[in-house]
Design a binder for this molecule. Structure first.
Ligand code: RUB
Length: 313
């Protein structure tokens, strides 16, 4: 399964992303509460995939005969930063009709956008390029291809471009290992680096361009993405390397004028203290802080690519 979830017989079947890259296990949600658990605990993750989970979670809530407002609140109170969750919930509450049909329409529209998005991304990827990415923005973060990684995969698989991919490990959740897992499936040559190795590679001329996803894009083109995105945006400016953002329009939030208003999720410090459920610090040793996203000002971004085209051009 190279998709974040499928809907089957009134159940959502998730590929459990907590278990990747070593185990391909399924997580089944039969209720809206189980769907909320899956989003909060990152069984499913990546902004657009969270939105898809939410629309099918809504169908489960309707099957349980829960009223709309309550379903909305259960799903809303999971993760605050990715706009797609709220785009999806607003779509379900503001449109009339059968919940399952609405959810399927949301998914179909997103798949159409994704296809156009990856073609647009591929336009800015030259043949023979060394690309750096951060976090995971592949099929499991959207549906068939992905956003940033999806465009890289499309340019390799469909357009047969010669590409090498540097993948930042992305502590503490190691989404980089999910990117590497997808890169293997797409036969994209790649290497994982620790997060702090990016400046070294750029200084050695080993990075031709950077493409990452986004969790929320404000009206002025500031973006929030996985913590550690701002670092490489600043480095890209210093080393004069093109820095691109790619996301479907479901990630765009025109109700906020700039990135300062984006709510940054702070996650459990146990994510830092543990590696794959093994404690790497003693129980009560030291203090920690775990912000999950940062904001990149538009002045550091070469362009934002959506299915509708290029934002800064
Ligand atoms: C995921 C993340 C991804 C974007 C991709 O964070 O930052 O880059 O969600 O989204 P997490 P898009 O793992 O915490 O969910 O496809 O809209 O660019």
């Amino acid at each position: 399964m190279l998709q974040p979830l499928v809907w089957e017989n009134d159940k959502i079947i998730f590929l459990d992303q907590r278990k990747l890259p070593h185990n391909e296990e399924l997580f089944i949600a039969k209720t809206v509460e189980e769907t909320a658990f899956a989003i909060k605990n990152m069984v499913v993750r990546g902004a657009p995939a969270i939105g898809i989970a939410a629309v099918f979670g809504w169908v489960l809530g309707k099957n349980q005969k829960i009223e709309d407002k309550k379903i909305y609140n259960i799903l809303k109170n999971t993760r605050p930063t990715a706009k797609d969750l709220f785009t999806a919930l607003d779509y379900m509450i503001n449109n009339k009709g059968n919940a399952y049909e609405k959810a399927m329409n949301y998914l179909k529209n997103l798949i159409k956008s994704e296809e156009k998005l990856v073609q647009n991304i591929s336009e800015i990827i030259p043949n023979n390029s060394k690309i750096l990415t951060h976090c995971h923005s592949g099929a499991l973060a959207v549906y068939n291809w992905g956003s940033a990684f999806g465009g890289i995969a499309y340019s390799k698989v469909i357009e047969k471009k010669n590409i090498f991919l540097w993948i930042k490990e992305t502590r503490p959740r190691f989404q980089g290992s999910i990117t590497a897992w997808e890169a293997e499936k797409r036969e994209i040559p790649h290497k994982i680096i620790i997060d702090s190795a990016a400046a070294y590679l750029m200084s050695k001329g080993e990075v031709d361009l950077i493409i990452v996803g986004a969790d929320r894009i404000s009206e002025n083109g500031d973006i929030a993405n996985k913590i550690g995105t701002l670092d490489i945006a600043i480095l890209a400016k210093y080393f004069n390397i093109p820095f691109y953002i790619a996301a479907p329009f479901t990630t765009v939030d025109l109700s906020i004028s700039n990135g300062k208003d984006i709510i940054i999720e702070k996650r459990d410090i146990n994510e830092i203290k543990n590696y794959k459920d093994k404690l790497i610090y003693s129980e009560n040793e030291f203090n920690f802080f775990n912000p999950a996203f940062d904001v990149v000002p538009n002045s550091l971004i070469t362009d934002i690519i959506t299915e509708n085209g290029f934002y800064n051009k």
